[in-house]
Design a protein around this ligand. Structure first.
Ligand code: ZN
Length: 197
């Protein structure tokens, strides 16, 4: 869902903190499932400690459906919800189920760079033409669908969005630890997000 004229995220954004070494991981994440995710995904030398299977899910991950983002994690480690832009707006029950029945106590919300949902409401012509050409529907139908959905999925600041979603989920489920992260598509690395700025 890349869009080349969408505004790029500033690589020097002070909210973003890279994980290039285990010591870079925020202390409060060190012994969490998100800490393991950061180590296993970002640091190849840490993968010796990665079990082949996790036996039970420890984490719920919410991320965009973008085809360029994939996580390096053990089998059975995480429930994964994917949606356009990674929104959980219509997924409260999935979150509740993963906690209540799946037994997870942590959720990671992943924003990503170059998300197609940034500026999506300006992509009407491309959406309508593409849906007519490859979906086989009428232009009227495509226009109506665009009107129904595009503003709901519009993203401006993807980092602020996942921080906000984390707060919303923690307000709904106060014992749940919700951690915002950024997936950098250019090098497939996960970055931490400072929420105190
Ligand atoms: Zn995206």
């Amino acid at each position: 869902m890349a869009e080349h004229h969408a505004p790029a995220l500033d690589p020097n954004d002070p909210r973003l903190v890279e994980v290039n070494d285990p010591a870079d991981i925020f202390p409060e994440l060190e012994s969490t499932a998100v800490g393991d995710l950061l180590r296993w995904h970002n640091l190849p030398e840490s993968r010796g400690s990665m079990p082949l299977s996790s036996a039970r899910a420890r984490l719920l991950v919410s991320m965009c459906m973008d085809h360029r983002a994939d996580l390096i994690i053990p089998n059975e480690f995480a429930y994964i919800l994917r949606s356009a832009g990674g929104t959980l707006r219509d997924s409260d029950f999935e979150v509740q189920y993963a906690v209540a029945v799946g037994g997870v106590t942590e959720i990671a919300l992943l924003a990503h760079t170059d998300c197609g949902m940034v500026g999506v409401s300006g992509k009407r012509a491309k959406f309508v033409d593409g849906l007519v050409a490859r979906g086989g529907c009428t232009a009227d139908f495509a226009n109506n669908e665009f009107d129904r959905f595009s503003t709901l999925y519009e993203q401006h600041d993807v980092v602020a969005f996942v921080v906000h979603e984390c707060r919303r989920l923690e307000a709904m489920l106060p014992s749940l630890r919700a951690t915002p992260l950024l997936y950098r598509v250019a090098d497939d690395k996960l970055l931490q997000i400072r929420t105190t700025l």
